[in-house]
Design a protein around this ligand. Structure first.
Ligand code: C2E
Ligand code: MG
Ligand code: MG
Ligand code: MG
Length: 291
């Protein structure tokens, strides 16, 4: 009847829309660095040390400044990039740009870390290691200032290869972060084998620490476990002061979220950074990192 055909035409329209966007994604990524430099936009979100209050790192988050559709969030186009098998091209661009931009950033004289998200297909792609080497050499960024964020699901795709690549990365001094921690599988197994330096507690936990005692217990115990294994803990999605205070009480090292800043366009980020007070000139910071 009519209802079914209306439904069909809506589904058709959605399929056409998706196929159209996929075509555009393909053209964008095949056009090379020139067009990507105009339309692929990196926003930067600070990571703040919970004890000193200093900005210590930044996560690069990709957006597509589409000429007609406006600024598109990653969840709209990244699945298409992945389906098209073109994620390596995007990562190549993002990593080079992020490394160059980050190489000049300092807060209070201290260079910042830059975190870049790497998907499963990229982590185990043969081009990743040469790309990382080139991005570091070209930007002058110290390897220890580069953090690659991978999810547990990413690692699950090909565990043996993922392990080999992550060891090759850490031999170069590049840091590895387990992103969205707590939402995937086999967390404990990975914690023992992976040469990670950071664990990013998923926002799903962050938003529940205030209202759910059992979640709070899990977070507190997870932080203790991570520290025991020598990992730094970053909480994502911190939106309010009360949450920050609880996380600090649980010994979480760093927080990232709207409380500090939304992901910012490069110019906005450097202005935001320049407007910060200098904590090293206050009495609060004792024994802060200097190098
Ligand atoms: P993610 O790596 O877990 O990044 C954190 C996401 O949480 C970002 O969404 C960020 O804007 C958002 N966020 C940060 N603070 C808050 C907060 O206080 N409240 C709330 N509600 N959200 C917050 P975004 O930018 O939309 O990115 C979504 C995902 O897309 C990322 O999740 C990451 O998995 C992926 N992604 C982003 N950039 C890249 C990239 O260059 N390469 C790859 N492979 N994936 C990327
Ligand atoms: Mg991330
Ligand atoms: Mg995350
Ligand atoms: Mg997340």
């Amino acid at each position: 009847g009519g209802g079914v055909s209306v439904y069909d035409s809506e589904v058709d329209a959605r399929h056409r829309e998706r196929a159209g966007l996929a075509d555009e994604v393909r053209r964008l990524l095949r056009a090379g660095h020139g067009r990507m430099a105009r339309e692929v936009v990196l926003h930067y979100q600070p990571q703040v040390d919970l004890v000193s209050g200093r900005v210590v790192g930044v996560e690069a988050l990709v957006r597509w400044q589409h000429p007609v559709r406006g600024l598109l969030p990653p969840l709209v186009f990244l699945p298409l990039v992945e389906e098209l098998g073109l994620m390596q091209l995007l990562t190549d661009h993002v990593l080079r740009r992020a490394a160059v931009e980050a190489a000049s950033w300092r807060h209070d004289g201290v260079p910042l870390r830059i975190s870049v998200n790497v998907s499963a297909s990229c982590l185990t792609h043969p081009d990743l290691l040469p790309l990382v080497d080139e991005a570091l050499a070209h930007s002058g960024l110290a390897p220890g200032r580069l953090v690659l964020e991978v999810t547990e699901t990413t690692l699950m795709a090909d565990p043996d290869l993922a392990l080999a690549v992550t060891h090759a990365l850490t031999r170069r001094g590049v840091q590895l972060s387990i992103d969205d921690y707590g939402t995937g599988y086999s967390s404990l197994a990975y914690l023992t084998d992976l040469p990670a330096t950071e664990l990013k507690l998923d926002r799903a936990f962050t938003v529940r620490v205030l209202g759910e005692p059992r979640t709070a217990d899990i977070v507190e115990a997870t932080v203790a476990l991570a520290h025991r294994l020598g990992l730094r803990v970053v909480a994502e999605g911190v939106e309010d002061e009360a949450t920050r205070a609880v996380l600090r009480g649980f010994d979480v090292d760093e927080s990232q979220g709207y409380l500090h800043a939304r992901p910012l366009a490069p110019g906005d980020f450097t202005r935001w950074l320049a407007a910060l007070p200098c904590p090293a000139r206050t009495a609060e910071v004792v024994g802060a990192e200097t190098g």
